[in-house]
Ligand binder design. Structure first.
Ligand code: NAG
Ligand code: NAG
Ligand code: NAG
Ligand code: NAG
Ligand code: NAG
Length: 451
């Protein structure tokens, strides 16, 4: 009897989990798509912004606004890599809702924590939308994905701060936020990322010149000659000391920017050398080619944000292969080994296929969340890089740009409430003034005459 109950229990367990766990054959396109689809479903189930009464584009606690932008970037790539459009509607709704005034991803609700990097993660999703020919936003938004990226680029270029450290973007935009005195790698690296991609997309050298400038400054302050990308530095001490922590996504964002500059310069020697330099130092984030977040994973201190960083590391490796095909032989094996190890952690949660954090262990480690799911999704779908069409440029794309976008939004602390009047506003104001004068004079005349 006891034995029977026991074996019944084992049978129930084995049937419940018969279809759980994600598997992948990295040489088989359908298998990769299937794994990506499972990882995507596991990620999207955290999202509630499309429910009635919720705010489109926001993830519930404890996820910050920026990570939602990163998640929609992952979903735009998901559609591009797999052709599965089931999440396009929620993505469009979220991206449009968060555009904010002047369509530069600076919604007033986020002002109290808005950093240049947060804005950049939403912007890079828009840039991916332009590159991947994601459907255009509805015309009543007067936005285009390319125009959004150009607007944010213009804003961040105006924020370039030469008062300290010889240049650089501050982390935070507004002086009342913690981190306003910090010049960090992710903010500057994402500005470099956006500039280099805009250069490739549009062919406009304004963007490539800025990308060069950001790289040069960063190479003096934020990373060393061995391509160790440090977290950032305090501008109150003129960036003379660094926070030496290294994160995967910092290396990743400089990696893909360098790949775009390599491509923009038709394979120049200098950018090839820089690109190879970055690749040569990636091993600090790898265990037998499997990615890990070296600064926090083994010690078990990765916070909610940090658990998503490998997502962008993988995403930008794939984009690097696209823009600099010669890097495929170095990066594709990393994407393959990492995807295989990553899906082996996806045996957790109530459905038995939630993914964990520590890929080198190849078993579920008890850690679940949006970041864990997104990282697995990105590393899995990046293995489809050989099967998709090259990203669009201005000639082949469907997103109309606007090089002057973003020039009326708050740049920094001094003009949070700045609303410069356009010529239209001025003309409108003048007409209003004249009409009020006529009314006042008319009323007075009427009073006088009527008397
Ligand atoms: C997306 O929205 C459109 C228009 O509302 C609708 O026709 C379509 O069925 C939706 N697609 C999905 C996958 O939900
Ligand atoms: C800002 O917050 C309000 C109140 O929660 C909400 O209704 C609105 O949709 C939010 N806007 C954005 C862009 O998140
Ligand atoms: C601050 O750092 C920059 C860049 O390293 C340097 O050019 C500048 O001279 C420094 N300023 C001061 C006051 O030390
Ligand atoms: C630039 O990127 C395209 C694909 O986007 C690729 O076909 C081309 O070979 C790249 N150029 C160089 C120099 O690698
Ligand atoms: C290139 O980009 C810059 C910065 O956005 C803009 O001012 C300029 O008009 C653009 N040039 C062309 C030819 O589009």
């Amino acid at each position: 009897m006891r034995w029977r109950i026991c074996s019944l229990g084992a049978f129930a367990l084995s049937t419940q989990y018969a279809f759980a766990a994600i598997t992948i054959d990295v040489t088989n396109q359908e298998s990769i798509k299937q794994a990506a689809s499972q990882a995507a479903a596991g990620m999207v189930r955290y999202y509630t912004g499309h429910h009635l009464g919720d705010v489109p584009g926001n993830l519930p606690e404890p996820y910050y606004w920026w990570e939602a932008g990163a998640m929609f970037g992952a979903l735009i790539d998901y559609w591009y890599f797999t052709g599965d459009d089931q999440y396009n509607n929620i993505t469009m709704q979220a991206m449009v809702h968060q555009l904010g005034p002047e369509n530069v991803f600076q919604p007033p609700n986020q002002t109290k924590t808005l950093g240049n990097d947060d804005q950049a993660f939403w912007t890079m999703a828009a840039l991916s939308a332009a590159e991947n020919k994601f459907p255009n936003p509805p015309s009543d938004t007067q936005a285009s994905w390319l125009g959004v990226a150009q607007g944010v680029f213009n804003l961040q270029a105006a924020r370039w701060n030469t008062e300290t450290c010889g240049g650089g973007l501050k982390w935070q935009i507004f002086a009342f936020n913690n981190g306003y005195n910090y010049k960090n790698s992710i903010s500057n690296g994402c500005f470099f990322n956006i500039g280099s991609r805009l250069a490739v997309y549009t062919g406009n050298t304004t963007y490539s010149e800025w990308a060069e400038k950001v790289w040069d400054w960063s190479s003096q302050i934020l990373f060393d000659s061995n391509y160790n990308f440090y977290d950032g530095s305090d501008d109150k001490i003129n960036c003379t000391e660094l926070d030496h922590i290294q994160w995967t996504y910092n290396a990743g964002t400089f990696l893909v920017g360098a790949a775009n500059m390599y491509n923009f310069t038709d394979g120049s020697e200098i950018w090839r050398e820089r690109l190879m330099g970055v690749i040569g130092n990636l091993n600090i984030f790898l265990k037998e080619n499997v990615m890990f977040e070296a600064a926090c994973e083994d010690v078990g201190t990765c916070n909610v944000d940090q658990r998503s960083f490998k997502a962008y590391f993988a995403r930008w490796m794939a984009a690097t292969i696209v823009r600099a095909p010669f890097t495929r032989e170095y990066l594709k094996p990393i994407l393959e080994a990492s995807a295989q190890a990553a899906v082996a952690t996806c045996t957790g949660g109530d459905d038995g296929n939630q993914c964990g954090l520590k890929w080198p262990q190849r078993t579920f480690d008890g850690s679940t969340g949006v970041g864990e799911q997104m990282a697995v999704l990105e590393v899995v779908q990046s293995n489809l890089v050989d099967y998709v069409a090259a990203p669009a440029t201005a000639e082949t794309g469907i997103s109309e740009g606007d090089p002057t976008a973003g020039t009326h939004s708050p740049v920094g602390p001094d003009d949070l409430h700045r609303h410069p009047m356009s010529n239209m506003d001025r003309a409108g104001a003048a007409i209003m003034t004249v009409m009020i004068c006529i009314m006042v004079i008319g009323t007075m005349l009427w009073l006088v005459v009527g008397d």
